[in-house]
Design a binder for this molecule. Structure first.
Ligand SMILES: [Zn+2]
Length: 513
């Protein structure tokens, strides 16, 4: 092989240099180049990345996909033919397609305000992706300060801490330490198993994997989902009652298992184990909550149509139909008084809805809505209850989403509906009842509806004054999904939703009365 002459070498390096200059000019043409500083761990280390203003119309800064991957320590894959970049962040796959605003997170699409771009050989990703889309999936808090071009990344890590056990003669406790106060829900639907759900919990599941008996506990395992943490306690047959006490300083959850008062009746090993009775906290005294008056709130009305389906079905109409059916069934089957915030097609302020509920001395508030998303594929039902914003960032997101563009309406993981201002009416006092009712509703719907169960979610709003009752908001199905749009107009489907709500109210009343 002939060695390259000096002249050829110079020519090649000149060409490369020229290409670099041209690339720089090209980028210079599309943008003003800036450096953003990423500060980790309160200033321990910092890294600078180049940022560009790609779109002349928008003020959004863009980073190269490579640099975004560095910020999140992500794996990165680029498919040139489909012009997609896939980022693997915290076991989630984020698929971004050049010249679109769509990000698909493990199959679920989310729409950004700004498109992904391809400029001068680089995939360019808007800061919005970094701060708003990807960050919530990581155990870090990201704070973006645009004026100083500084992105602060602080690890918050797990908020569910340690697990410890204690036992006396007929009682065993498992104490779960928390790094911040979190809301929980306890269930024992499967014999021998107590399931503790911690809303917004981030747990190191491996650490909670205990395979040996501790008093009345036979073993423990944990699971992390996108939003919540679950701890499963395997309990012995002798354990007949469980209650969970929530302590706020320091924040922790204490799971208390007790043996029954009656002498144990010997059972053959193969006999099914009984369920564990759940006793409410506050020293085991079950709080009495009468459910005599149920407030039904059909969302929207009048010139506020709510969401609209592809075939023109209006959310306000569907909400009212479902509320009417629910009222009928509630009266017939449970003999409760029902107050409707509206009985016809009228515009009603959110404050007025709250007033009607409070003036009527409601015991339970159920707001009925339909969901919507830009993708026709998205579907299913979900129930929301209120929780206070967990961080300043959560609050900011929730507030921003309230005023979001139409395409953000009603979808995604952040609460995006102006509807949620309603939640101001709920006080922290009713959080556990509200979450409990939301869980009951979700389960009742799951038993009846042949659509996806999207789970119980918490709306991250700061709790304000004026609360009088537990409350949930139900997103029945998606108007943006053609199949679900036609379901929502179907009387049989509407009736099933109504039956689900009535069933949840019945169970809720039985538990608290
Ligand atoms: Zn709505």
């Amino acid at each position: 092989m002939q060695r390259l002459s000096r002249i050829e070498l110079m020519r090649i390096s000149l060409t490369i240099a020229l290409m670099i200059v041209l690339a720089g000019l090209w980028l210079g043409r599309v943008s003003a180049q800036d450096k953003i500083t990423v500060v980790y761990g309160g200033g321990r280390t910092s890294v600078e990345f180049s940022a560009w203003l790609v779109d002349p119309q928008s003020d959004e800064l863009y980073l190269r996909a490579n640099d975004v991957a560095k910020i999140f320590k992500a794996t990165q894959f680029w498919n040139a033919s489909s012009r997609k970049v896939v980022l693997g962040i915290e076991r989630k796959r984020f698929t971004l397609t050049v010249d679109t605003r769509v990000v698909v997170i493990d199959g679920e699409p989310i729409m950004m305000h700004n498109p992904i771009r391809y400029e001068a050989g680089f995939v360019m990703i808007p800061m919005e992706f970094v701060v708003e889309i990807a960050a919530p999936f990581t155990p870090s808090v990201l704070e973006w300060d645009r004026p100083s071009l500084t992105l602060r990344v602080d690890k918050v890590g797990y908020n569910v801490g340690e697990l410890s056990f204690a036992s006396t003669g007929d009682r065993s406790t498992a104490t779960v330490s928390l790094n911040e106060p979190l809301i929980h829900h306890v269930e024992s639907d499967t014999p021998g198993l107590v399931r503790l759900k911690i809303y917004g919990g981030r747990i190191d599941a491996d650490k909670f994997n205990i395979r040996e008996a501790r008093g009345l506990f036979n073993g423990v395992r944990a699971e992390q989902t996108e939003r919540d943490a679950y701890i499963y306690f395997d309990v012995t047959k002798q354990a007949t009652r469980v209650r969970v006490e929530r302590e706020d300083s320091p924040p922790r959850l204490v799971v208390i298992l007790e043996k029954g008062d009656l002498p144990e009746i010997p059972e053959p090993e193969f006999a099914g184990r009984k369920r564990v009775e759940i006793v409410d906290s506050a020293g085991g005294v079950r709080r009495s909550l009468s459910v005599d008056v149920v407030v039904l709130d059909p969302g929207h009305g009048g010139k506020d149509n709510g969401k609209m389906g592809g075939n023109g079905v209006l959310e306000k109409d569907v909400n009212l139909r479902i509320a009417e059916k629910t009222r009928e069934l509630l009266r017939e089957e449970l003999n409760v008084e029902v107050i409707m915030t509206r009985e016809d097609d009228r515009l009603l302020s959110l404050t007025r809805r709250t007033e009607i509920a409070n003036e009527g001395k409601g015991d339970l508030f159920i707001s009925i809505h339909c969901n919507s998303w830009f993708s026709t594929q998205a579907g299913g039902f979900e129930a929301y209850f209120l929780s206070p914003a967990r961080t300043e960032w959560d609050r900011a997101v929730a507030m921003a989403e309230n005023a979001a563009d139409d395409f953000m309406d009603g979808g995604g993981d952040v609460v995006s509906d102006i509807d949620f201002i309603l939640w101001d009416m709920v006080q922290a006092e009713y959080l556990s009842e509200s979450s409990h009712f939301a869980e009951l509703t979700q389960k009742a719907m799951n038993d009846r509806l042949d659509i996806r169960n999207r789970g119980v979610k918490q709306a991250n709003f700061t709790v304000l004054q004026g609360a009088r009752m537990p409350a949930v908001l139900i997103e029945t199905a998606f108007l943006s999904n053609p199949r679900e749009e036609s379901m929502l107009t179907d009387m049989a489907f509407q009736r099933k939703v109504a039956e689900g709500i009535v069933d949840a109210v019945r169970q809720f009343r039985e538990r608290y009365q």
